[in-house]
Design a binder for this molecule. Sequence first.
Ligand SMILES: [Zn+2]
Ligand SMILES: [Zn+2]
Length: 303
Amino acid sequence: MKLPDFSKNIYLLLLQQQMGLLEIPPLPQVEFKRPVTMNRSAQVPNIEGMRVRRRLIERGIDTLVADLLPDPKSFLLYKGQRVAAYIRDQKYDSDIEREISRYYHLCDCLTLRHIRVYEKRRKYIATRRSDGFFKVNSIMGDNVSTGLVKLDLCPHCREILTYNAVYRHPFLLTDYFGVDEGHIPEMIEQIQEVVVEEAYLPNLDDLFREYRKVAGDKCQLCGVDCSDASSHDLLNLHFRDGNPARTESANLAILCHDCYSVQPGRHARPAPVKADLVRIDALRRDQGIISAAVFDYVTSHRR
Ligand SMILES: [Zn+2]
Ligand SMILES: [Zn+2]
């Protein structure tokens, strides 16, 4: 009987390793990190604030009283900026309309609080126009004419301004708006989502998956290549000192079931399934790690 060529015999290699003549090569350390989305505050140009400011000065902005949030002194703010509020469509054929639309407001006065509650849908124009003239649509029946009209400061608002020592006669809107003229910051804080890498504690699946990758999906002893997804199950994560709590790379190895089964501590583990060992040997044969003769010899002796 012709004996197989034992010079290529990886079982001899395993024997050498068990005798301490051969070390399983070391694995590089894997950093276990995963992307985490975090909120970070950043300084960004206050584009929206500047845009609102420009529109308030140039054209005015259509708004509801609900959007005019007063500051602690009851001064009307639109998106944080002091504004005057007035009604653009002025209907001169109605006494009530005429009365409520002849004034502009600066404060959350009695009139505006009434509107807030009872006429929520009534449109106001928020503006920072400061010459006392307001662009209105004068409506008489079907006739509409648009032009600049001088409106008076609402008497209720004047009371609030007086109470806050802001009212002076003559009252100038330029002075009133001048207070927060430079109030809009060029940069504002914005919360942004950023993705950062965060270290995490790997579980056994993570360790096996990542160290299998760095081992090139190969057994570190016999070299059998299990990179085909259907062969991943033929590899094992081996703890060199038998302690699965020590997960640093120096204590880890990637071994096929066959090489794994002869490592110290094997008695504590279930014996490898024969069918798996045959699959490993078939891969070894196909990859030229063992000869066909060795394959035949070994598989006929597997129990
Ligand atoms: Zn008012
Ligand atoms: Zn192996």
